[in-house]
Design a protein around this ligand. Structure first.
Ligand SMILES: *Cc1c(COP(=O)(O)O)cnc(C)c1O
Length: 431
């Protein structure tokens, strides 16, 4: 088998990196994103996998070759992907793929849990240790804190803006976890990001190995391919073929994973990419905007998708270029339509959705009206609605109960408050 290696989107010579190197470095040394030189084909028997971890094993083998012993890979995936993916049926041949049954209730658990275990394996192999430093306001922070907690050779330091996240989000971030320190920064999200960036280049911290776990890491994309496969397999069992898939998107990481699954040979209809008011990608596909003509981020109700400059665009553009415009359909959905979709889904389907999922379902309705394609369509449900109680309550909808969120309110918390300066962070990193 040809060695499956990765290279940087910005390197004209395409120097190769192993999966391990790409995973541990995150970003290429020239600032580019790692992309695979080859996209392997789906293994012939993929549909026989009894669960998503076994499916993961079959698929990862094609991407990783011999880089991880098979038994180890199997153990990593069954430990990481230990929660269900459920496909719910709504009216009019519309389905919702619930990706929020992991410990922190968003699809970010797939990437974070898998990446943590893969990194821990490679670091232990090399006898190295790292501290993962993340600035967060949304679902990534809790998924990373939870996914990396207790992993050998890894510590996590998490920064969030004090008073700027919801109560549920804050509790998810500051839950006491082994190997994780949560810092409430007296400042904004931008202050947190600046602190992280300055820590990475601080001479004072040169002897502390820092790493990041952000959404451009190749280690997140591979596990996120699996639920696209799982959805197609589940639908096939119900006699449905070539459904359309709608992806509520921000940084386009989730969609990039889906596109890779498609390139591996997964049989799908059309990819629908749903954005909120941050509309760079739909505008780009419609030739209303140049590549990389990004704009400042606009705050919306679906805040995990508030991204003015989607970081995975560089990867998509490099790999697929103009094919994106030929093959994809995309739309920007505003907050008023998002709210209306949450309400109508609740009233007509007795089903409660989060604002991100609402953007996806709303885009499917628009696509049905605009095109002659009436095929069954799936929207990814990216977060559990119970994570957004105030958005629901504003519409008169009671937030659904979730046992793991309820536990948060009696769990032990651990947080340190710091001022937004590097001296305070340095002290903590060195202690
Ligand atoms: C992160 C996130 C998204 C956006 O995913 P991208 O990979 O950034 O496109 C959508 N919904 C929820 C709930 C998220 O947490």
């Amino acid at each position: 088998m040809a060695m499956l290696d990765y290279y940087s989107t910005r390197d004209p010579n395409k120097q190769g990196y192993s999966f391990k190197e790409a995973l541990l470095q995150g970003l290429a040394p020239d600032g580019g994103l790692f992309v695979p030189r080859l996209i392997p084909k789906l293994p012939k028997t993929w549909q026989a996998a009894p669960d998503i971890a076994s499916l993961g094993f079959e698929v990862f083998k094609t991407w990783l070759g011999e880089e991880i012993p098979e038994e180890k890979l199997k153990a990593i995936l069954s430990d990481a992907l230990n929660f269900p993916v459920l496909l719910k049926t709504l009216q009019d041949d519309i389905y919702v793929l619930e990706l929020f049954h992991g410990p922190t209730l968003s699809f970010k658990d797939f990437g974070a849990r898998t990446m943590a275990r893969l990194m821990s394996h490679f670091l232990a192999e090399e006898g190295r240790k790292v501290t993962i430093l993340v600035a967060t306001s949304g679902d990534t922070g809790s998924a990373v804190a939870d996914g990396f907690a207790g992993q050998e050779a890894i510590n996590v330091v998490l920064l969030y803006p004090k008073g700027m996240v919801s109560e549920v989000q804050e509790r998810q971030l500051i839950l006491k976890r082994p190997g994780v320190r949560a810092l409430a920064v007296r400042g904004s999200f931008d202050d947190c990001q600046k602190l992280v960036k300055s820590a990475f280049v601080a001479e004072d911290l040169a002897d502390i190995p820092l790493s990041s776990a952000n959404s451009i890491n190749i280690g997140r994309l591979l596990p996120q391919m699996l639920y696209y496969l799982w959805a197609v397999k589940d639908l096939a069992a119900r006699g449905v073929e070539r459904a359309n898939i709608c992806v509520p998107s921000g940084n386009l990481g989730n969609f990039t994973a889906g596109y890779l699954a498609w390139e591996m040979g997964l049989e799908l209809g059309t990819f629908l990419i749903a954005h909120n008011a941050n509309r760079f990608f739909p505008d780009y596909l419609k030739d209303k905007r140049q590549a990389y003509a990004f704009e400042a981020t606009i705050p919306t109700l679906s805040n995990a998708m508030d991204v003015g400059a989607p970081s995975n665009f560089e990867r998509l553009h490099h790999l697929f270029g103009d094919r994106l415009k030929e093959q994809l359909w995309s739309l920007s959905i505003d907050d008023a339509s998002t709210k209306a979709r949450i309400l109508s889904t609740y009233q007509q389907e007795a089903y409660t959705i989060c604002p991100h999922t609402a953007v996806g379902l709303e885009a499917i309705k628009h696509y049905r009206n605009e095109s002659s394609d009436k095929r069954p369509s799936i929207s990814l449900a990216t977060a559990h609605p119970a994570k957004f109680p105030s958005a629901l309550e504003a519409l008169g909808i009671a937030s659904p109960k979730d046992a793991s969120l309820e536990k948060l309110f009696s769990a032990e918390l651990a947080v340190t408050e710091i001022s937004p300066d590097l001296t305070a962070l340095t002290e903590i990193l060195k202690s």
